[in-house]
Design a protein around this ligand. Structure first.
Ligand SMILES: Nc1nc2c(ncn2[C@@H]2O[C@H](COP(=O)(O)OP(=O)(O)OP(=O)(O)O)[C@@H](O)[C@H]2O)c(=O)[nH]1
Length: 253
């Protein structure tokens, strides 16, 4: 940048001409508006250590839209093809960088979603205090260590506390957290915490069973291995009978 903020430039709607309205260099400004920090934030910036995404130009600390990421990602995939010794200009590969970028955006679309987005007020008052279980919810995620898929199924149970959740929302919560770069343990816990936040139940139990392609297609190449993880909260953690009932229901095919 040459010291001029993008917001300082206006385009006339009538003539289409660009005119400079106000020119302020970074150095001239003294007070920092928290919504428009003067220097980019990174994961090293105090208070932003846990942020999931940072970008060099992220001066307003907003995620770039998914589409805005496509050109950079396509360039990166093109470089990858060249690095593999391929010719990215041969006919079959011409559109591959863009296709791959779009696919990766889809695999990670959970970064764009929040629980509030997907719940859509589907929380209902109901005096039901028996276990609600949705099992075998398909899940596709990406191993954050090797960027290859892991996939499997998720079973979620909760014991309502005068509130129930629209059933499809349990599967939508799985989508939010699985469509990111993940490890299975964190995914399992994030799902349980999200259900807790949504309906404040007496307890939540989540079991994830998955096959990791990083252990199948490469590495130790154990084709039949499966990884099971669980998170038990509230009564599912404290009461062995409730936990046993859940596990029996989940394990019985
Ligand atoms: N705990 C956990 N580990 C995972 C998950 N996905 C992949 N991993 C593991 O991450 C580890 C990375 O280990 P490294 O030794 O750094 O990487 P590597 O040389 O590719 O390891 P190998 O897979 O053993 O060849 C491997 O043991 C993977 O199996 C996950 O969801 N949870």
């Amino acid at each position: 940048m040459n010291g001029t903020k993008a917001a300082d430039v206006q385009v006339s709607q009538v003539s289409g001409q660009v005119s400079r309205v106000r020119t302020v260099s970074w150095q001239e400004e003294t007070e920092e508006d928290p919504a428009h920090p003067k220097t980019p934030r990174t994961s090293c910036t105090p208070g932003h250590e846990k942020c999931v995404f940072h970008h060099d130009l992220e001066l307003d600390h907003k995620l770039p839209t998914r589409e805005a990421l496509l050109p950079d990602m396509s360039r990166a995939y093109r470089l990858l093809l060249s690095s593999l010794g391929e010719n990215p200009d041969r006919q079959g590969l011409l559109k591959t960088p863009e296709r791959a970028a779009k696919a990766m955006l889809f695999f990670t679309k959970g970064y764009d979603q929040s629980i509030e987005d997907v719940l859509n007020d589907a929380v209902f008052d109901e005096e039901h205090d028996e276990m609600v279980l949705v099992k075998d919810i398909e899940m596709f995620s990406m191993c954050e260590h090797h960027l290859v898929p892991f996939y499997g199924k998720v079973s979620i149970a909760y014991l309502p506390n005068n509130k129930i959740l629209g059933l499809s929302k349990l599967a939508r919560i799985v989508e939010i957290y699985s469509r990111r770069l993940q490890v299975q343990e964190r995914l399992t816990k994030q799902i349980a915490v999200a259900v807790t936040k949504a309906v404040q139940p007496a307890g939540v139990a989540v079991v994830v069973e998955a096959k990791h392609m990083c252990m199948v297609m490469r590495g130790v190449q154990k084709v039949n291995s499966k990884t099971m993880t669980s998170t038990m909260l509230g009564v599912f953690r404290d009461d062995p009978k409730t936990r046993e009932e859940f596990l029996n229901l989940v394990m019985n095919k």
